[in-house]
Ligand binder design. Sequence first.
Ligand code: XIL
Length: 330
Amino acid sequence: PRSLRAHAEQRGLLVGCAVVPDRLTGEPPYGSVVAEQANLLVAENAMKWGALRPAPGKFDFRGADEILAFAAGHKQKVRGHNLCWHESIPKWFDGAVTRDNARQFLVQHIQTVAGRYAGKLHSWDVVNEAIDTKSDRPDALRKSPWLELIGPDYIELAFRTARQADPAALLTYNDYGIENDSADNREKRGQVLQLVRRMKDRGVPIDAVGVQSHLTVTDPAPGAGLQEFVRELRRMGLQVFVTELDINERKLEGSIAERDAAIAKLYKDYVTMMVAEPNVSAVLTWGITDRYTWLDGPKYARIDGKPQRCLPFDSDYQPSPAFFAYRDAL
Ligand code: XIL
């Protein structure tokens, strides 16, 4: 079997990528690669508040619906990303959302969005990136607008509302910076575990943790610490999804062949390690082609200004060494 999808299906795994709706139908090579390689899709941006909420009382589901239609046509599942985050907050938010109505805004958003797709989604990232190791709070919660306006129980409110709105979707807490064994990542893993434990103790419905996996090839490689984290979640009865895998090579020097080899090796080692854990059931990359990656944006662009080669397909839709390494890990 030649595709990521075929390899994953043989092993009973879900594999896929973040997608942009217009390209699925508007750019034939993009649509074919996504159809061929993925059995699970997630919207890179189309299901975030910023895309769905043009005005306080308005919803725009066009992009999200296009993704679901494409997925249905290609027998693919879809993850929802996300219902509650400190980013992608619409411009009208400030001023319109206050301490008095924030709970209502959050609940109504989740009821409307999760309700619309109820029964059709594999999972929802209910709360995204709520932990901040630099937070001075004992619970390590990030000072997001939701925390400031609602308080720490916004997380519980979001998960309970999501479960009611779509009892079939696996409810996920999704975060980054928890992959390697640096002091910061270790600390954050502990904080995520504590958050999840508090939720379980209170009977808050949560089914999975998303490990974003925005890796950096020049950082220490993920290893035993992450493995132990995944196992601890398994003991708590939770699944783990690799939700946003890509490999930043911003400081990596050498020829393209050398760079590609380093990226490919990390794809292989990382995916091999993760899918060896029985509670890891899905792996998604954050995009499918180097032609479109957020890593070329201002925050993460390579220091020499050249394009990143961070995803399974290059910018001409040819499989990179990373593709073969990744595929063979599935
Ligand atoms: C990123 C998108 O890739 C960008 O296009 C957008 O401008 C900002 O968001 N963690 C997440 C994703 O959970 O939603 C982010 O996606 C990347 C980091």
